[in-house]
Design a protein around this ligand. Structure first.
Ligand code: NAD
Ligand code: UGA
Length: 459
């Protein structure tokens, strides 16, 4: 079959895999190839056990795989054969040298740019899909034009806004697709070509264009604003605990103001995920680079409040359980950073587990999708940790349960049965406010929600 376009994506991760699967699914006229340096990952994409858990993803992949969607390790061939290349490699926080702990580590991204330059024989449109510091497209252009090969490259910014757990829904009906380009004739032509791809299923009103720097910055700012909402509500949750106000009632009351809105104001044990912290720190680093220290401090406080919320959670556990956790068995219900994903990157559960192990508590970790990742995350932590998928078995014989992830299944457990199997007095710390706290108290639990009065059976 002759395809209208040959699209390549470098990086077959949480973004590259699902986004390309959606393009292939919606556009059978294009050939879409996803490549990665990790052969194990590619083998998983080609199997029935995909490397990531995401509702609806398997069906979308299955419908297009080997029709117009291909996963491969042959990066060179992919570059040679494609006209449009999405770059979706990881851009973690730098762990070394200047900017360590703050700036984005661009080594994977730069290797990709150099490989494109080395292998390309025809003009290409390069699309930044990864989240990058502002002005990275400029660096990309400089690398691509460094050898004067006589090949023209256009660089576009097309940040991804999908959230894990709802990736397929988000990709199928995005709030917006953002495409940034240079404003030259060639840049605008490249931009229109990318608009045309998305227009196969996204209404043109929802495809917005901007200059390339605005596009790069908008991605960092979107994540910073979202994370800021969580830190804002979490900061107020601590005040609620001191004053007998109830954070759910406060969130409801403020959320009904349509200027504030009711989404993304659920108090929690803290936000996790691979991007919020890294992208905010990246923004903070950029602000400091430009001497905007007050602005940097403002955004850095979003991360500080998130750390504080996790510390507070464990401190509340410690004081509630008579100031000692040593030798006590604690069940963490959930380990993923949010429901409907197996991803545990930056999950608050890792920090909570570490702090509990520091108190010499014994841990039982339960999660329907994330136990494999949890084992890898905690393998060097020391202490006594076991992993039990069945929540009833996991909670049995423990002194306390701490809800880390808002999986629906935890709302529907038989807590009478769980209570009977636990050590008494039994405690529940609901780090997601998803349980029926009054009912749990009635069963006999001592209940500690986030940002609400605790309920104990002690005088
Ligand atoms: P990931 O770690 O899941 O995937 C990145 C992949 O790139 C890995 O499989 C890695 O092996 C591969 N890779 C690295 N260097 C390579 C190279 N030189 N050649 C080929 N492959 C290479 O990361 P992710 O979560 O998909 O994130 C990718 C980017 O998208 C990041 O910049 C992230 O900030 C951004 N983003 C992520 C999400 C999300 O929900 N995870 C959402 C929006 C944006
Ligand atoms: C987030 C953004 O929502 C996406 O738009 C963005 O593309 C993505 O980051 C990215 O750049 O990686 P994601 O991290 O997958 O998506 O998931 P979110 O739904 O944003 O949740 C992030 C964290 O905040 C989770 O730990 C979640 O439990 C927590 N959260 C979320 C709260 O504690 N309270 C809320 O009200 C909402």
């Amino acid at each position: 079959m002759i395809f209208e376009k040959n699209i390549l994506c470098i990086g077959a991760g949480y973004v590259g895999g699902p986004t390309m699967a959606m393009i292939a699914y919606k556009c059978p006229q294009y050939r879409v190839t996803v490549v990665d340096i990790n052969p194990e990952r590619i083998a998983q994409w080609n199997s029935d056990e995909l490397p990531i858990y995401e509702p609806g993803l398997y069906e979308v992949v299955k419908a297009s795989r080997d029709r117009n969607l291909f996963f491969s390790t042959d990066i060179e061939k992919g570059i040679i054969e494609s006209e449009i290349i999405f770059v979706s490699v990881n851009t973690p926080t730098k762990t070394f040298g200047v900017g360590a702990g703050m700036a984005a580590d661009l080594q994977y991204w730069e290797k990709t740019a150099r490989q494109i330059l080395q292998c390309a024989k025809t003009p290409k449109i390069i699309v930044e899909k990864s989240t990058l510091p502002v002005k990275t497209a400029l660096a990309m252009e400089r690398i691509l034009n460094s050898e004067n090969k006589g090949i023209h490259f256009d660089v576009l910014s097309n940040p991804e806004f999908l959230a894990e757990g709802t990736a397929i829904k988000d990709l199928e009906k995005p709030d917006r697709v953002l495409i940034g380009s240079s404003l030259t004739d060639s840049g605008l032509k490249a931009r229109d070509e990318l608009v045309e791809i998305y227009a196969n299923w996204v209404t043109t009103d929802n495809i917005i264009t901007s200059n390339i720097w605005s596009s790069e910055l908008s991605k960092l700012v979107a994540n910073a604003f979202l994370a800021q909402r969580i830190s804002s509500i979490n900061s107020i949750s601590s005040l609620c605990e001191e004053t007998d106000a109830d954070i759910s009632e406060v969130a409801h009351a403020i959320g009904m103001d349509c200027r504030i809105g009711n989404r993304f104001i659920n108090a929690s044990v803290g936000f996790g995920g691979s991007c919020f912290k890294k992208d905010i720190l990246n923004l903070v680093y950029l602000c400091r680079h430009y001497g905007l220290n007050e602005v940097a401090d403002y955004w850095e406080s979003v991360v500080k409040i998130n750390d504080y919320q996790k510390e507070r959670f464990v401190y509340n556990m410690l004081t509630a359980m008579f100031n000692t956790l040593a030798g006590k068995k604690i069940c963490l219900l959930g380990f993923a950073f949010k429901a409907n994903t197996g991803d545990t990157r930056e999950t608050p559960a890792i920090t909570i587990a570490q702090k509990l192990i520091d108190e010499n508590a014994e841990l039982v970790i339960s999660d329907p999708q994330a136990l494999k990742n949890a084992k890898a995350d905690l393998k060097d932590m020391g202490g006594k940790i076991s992993y039990v998928e069945d929540p009833y078995k996991a909670a049995s014989g423990t002194h306390a349960i701490a809800v880390m992830t808002e999986w629906d299944l935890y709302k529907e457990l038989d807590y009478d049965k769980i209570y009977q199997s636990m050590n008494k007095p039994a405690f529940i710390f609901d780090g997601r406010n998803i349980l029926d706290h009054k009912k749990l108290f009635g069963i006999g639990f001592n209940v500690f929600p986030i940002g609400k009065p605790s309920m104990t059976h002690f005088d």
